[in-house]
Design a protein around this ligand. Structure first.
Ligand SMILES: *Cc1c(COP(=O)(O)O)cnc(C)c1O
Length: 238
């Protein structure tokens, strides 16, 4: 892979800006979460020296270890982006600024309780499965005729006083050709519009979609948060 982490970070920021300008509908800035799963603390520190402040991790234990190892840096923001068992909810509230992969009511209830005990409000995104792939976590959202079935749970989450719903997250199937992912990004945006109509009491503004292979297409389709690992950090060592 060409260049340093810093060069690839800057290049990705430029590509994000160009894609944002192509996307006529989006004037909102796009947040870049640099995904560091599978990379050692030294690599994360390199990214931080290059100016990265927003970091994403998939596994609770690995993420917490890095968060505790990296001290004395102002303004870091850590996002949990992987599936979390509800018994680990307390660690999310303790260590992560954002919970992007909220995929069950049980986890929401526990996050709400632990956030309350800590006197904090936990920003969350609801992870939705818009492809129907069984290997994917997330609320079942591939059949647009059945979106009504999501409303009771989402309403309860939106009413949780220590959770702050901010929008939706998805992980479409992996394709070599990013164009193939476009219909899934569009579906998540339609779901966002549906929820903004049906549950206007919550904030559905954020759409977290797009990874190394397809973040530009995701931004063209309205992503406000992209999660980029390999294109910046390089191939994961394990
Ligand atoms: C690993 C991962 C990413 C980043 O993937 P890359 O292809 O390395 O950019 C983004 N989101 C989630 C949920 C991931 O698990």
């Amino acid at each position: 892979m060409e260049g340093s982490i810093g060069e690839r970070f800057q290049k990705t920021l430029q590509q994000i800006e160009q894609a944002r300008q192509r996307a006529s509908r989006s004037t909102q800035p796009v947040k870049l979460v640099v995904v560091t799963k599978g990379h050692p603390v030294t690599a994360v520190e390199q990214a931080i020296r290059a100016g990265v402040r927003t970091l994403g991790e998939n596994y609770v234990q690995e993420g917490v270890e890095k968060i505790l190892a990296i001290t004395g840096v102002e303004g870091l923001e850590w996002h949990m982006i992987g599936h979390v068992q509800s018994r680990k909810a307390n660690l999310i509230c303790e260590h992560f600024d954002w919970m992007q992969s909220l995929d069950s009511l049980k986890l929401a209830q526990r996050l709400n309780r632990f956030a309350g005990e800590r006197g904090r409000i936990q920003p969350v995104l609801l992870e939705c499965n818009v492809s129907g792939e069984e290997s994917k976590f997330g609320w079942p959202a591939w059949d647009e005729q059945k979106w009504d079935g999501l409303l009771d749970a989402f309403e309860e989450i939106a009413a949780s006083s220590n959770l702050q719903v901010r929008g939706l997250m998805t992980m479409p199937p992996f394709f070599d050709d990013p164009e193939t992912a476009r219909p899934y990004f569009r579906r998540l945006r339609r779901l966002q519009e549906f929820l903004a109509r049906r549950l206007p009491q919550a904030d559905w503004n954020e759409l977290s979609m797009g990874m190394s292979a397809d973040f530009e297409v995701a931004i063209e389709e309205g992503a406000t948060i992209v999660r980029v690992g390999t294109a910046i950090m390089g191939v994961r060592p394990n």
